[in-house]
Design a protein around this ligand. Structure first.
Ligand code: SAM
Length: 359
């Protein structure tokens, strides 16, 4: 699909480029915030699975004082206080978000080629070198028994400690995770890995959050969604409130949704059993007869009803200016494939030229 047809087919892709967002996902976070006031009172945020960085851009634009307020204390006298009180945003991903790179890479035929890729830093966002490590269920049980920021949580000794270091030891008010592992195309396997990522992000969030904090994560409502809802139910025993959101910027045709948990209530200490679930402000337990109850997690549609629809094709005007991507991918595998193809074409052309015209 050409870039122009993508502009027509995907209005959020087009708008993201126009507004300078690195990905269309920015609008999903904006719409969730619009509906649930997610960012109100938030200062420290951890953005898990953040590359290329559009959620971090939204967080920075919403939570950080304008540059002038921080850099010019004389203007209005509030600058120093603003700097001290500035929000901390820590971004975590397996791939580079804003690091500058200049190195030699090796292609599959063994020849080395120089390249220097870089993305501009997102002001006010610290990139962590940690990533979301998959924990086994055994780790999970231990994590839960001793949760709370800075406690004896095993996550705290790995990625958690690195992230907390960037937060200067302060726990996070909010942890968000828009993570998706690279798809293999094998549906069940991809869904399983996605669930593991969600669970690992939840464990990491438990290690990072302050009491009362919030957690937002992408889920896929696939065949095993019931299991996922069970996880959400578990989350609700450590959060006051759990809802599942579908932002308008997320295509209806996609199974993607976001679980939003608020009011983190860490377990009291080692050996503490999870509290029996007591429905939060929104979720409810539906009595299904003797000995059986089902947790109903509310489903909330986010984004203005008359806002652009992610599944609709919108025509572009005759004067439409095609914009390039805000953040071209670093070291994208397709670049190597393209170079290989160009190399093969050049070699074929040279061979044809060397053979000379047929006698
Ligand atoms: N929220 C991002 C934005 O707005 O730009 C988009 C995130 S993208 C949909 C999913 C990201 O999850 C990818 O960048 C991928 O590298 C990351 N990811 C997948 N598994 C991960 C892991 N175990 N640890 C860290 N990042 C991971």
């Amino acid at each position: 699909m050409g870039r122009l047809s993508k502009d027509k087919r995907d209005i959020y892709y087009r708008e993201a480029k126009r507004e300078g967002f690195r990905a269309r996902s920015a609008f999903k976070l904006l719409q969730i915030d619009e509906e649930l006031n997610l960012l109100e009172g938030v200062r420290n945020v951890v953005d898990l699975c953040a590359a290329p960085g559009s959620w971090s851009q939204v967080l920075a634009s919403r939570l950080l004082a304008p540059r002038a307020e921080i850099e010019a204390p004389s203007r209005g006298g509030g600058g120093a206080a603003a700097a001290a009180d500035a929000a901390s945003i820590v971004a975590v991903d397996m791939y580079a978000i804003q690091r500058r790179r200049s190195c030699l890479s090796m292609n599959s035929r063994g020849s080395r080629r120089p390249f220097s890729d870089f993305l501009d830093p997102i002001r006010g966002v610290t990139e962590s070198s940690a990533y979301v490590v998959f924990f086994s269920s055994g780790d999970g049980a231990h994590c839960r028994r001793s949760s709370g920021a800075g406690g004896h949580h095993p996550c705290v000794h790995g990625p958690g400690s690195e992230v907390l270091g960037h937060l200067r030891g302060d726990p996070a008010d909010l942890v968000v995770c828009d993570g998706a592992p690279d798809a293999t195309g094998v549906g069940d396997f991809d869904e399983y890995v996605q669930h593991q990522l969600l669970l690992s992000a939840l464990l990491l969030a438990e290690a990072l959050l302050r009491p009362g904090g919030g957690f937002v994560a992408k889920i896929f409502r696939g065949e095993h969604a019931a299991e996922l809802m069970f996880r959400a139910a578990f989350a609700s025993s450590i959060f006051d409130d759990v809802v599942v959101c579908k932002p308008r910027a997320s295509r209806n045709s996609s199974q993607e949704a976001f679980v939003v948990c608020r009011g983190f209530a860490p377990l009291a200490g080692p050996g503490t059993a999870p509290a029996l679930y007591s429905p939060g402000r929104h979720a409810e337990l539906v009595d299904l007869g003797p000995g059986s109850a089902r947790l109903v997690v509310p489903f909330v549609a986010c984004g203005a009803r008359d806002g652009p629809d992610a599944d609709t094709n919108y025509a572009v005007g005759p004067g439409h200016r095609l914009l390039g991507p805000v953040a071209p991918p670093l070291q994208a595998p397709y670049r190597e494939a393209l170079e290989e193809r160009r190399g093969l074409k050049r070699a074929a052309a040279a061979a044809a030229a060397g053979a000379g015209p047929p006698a």
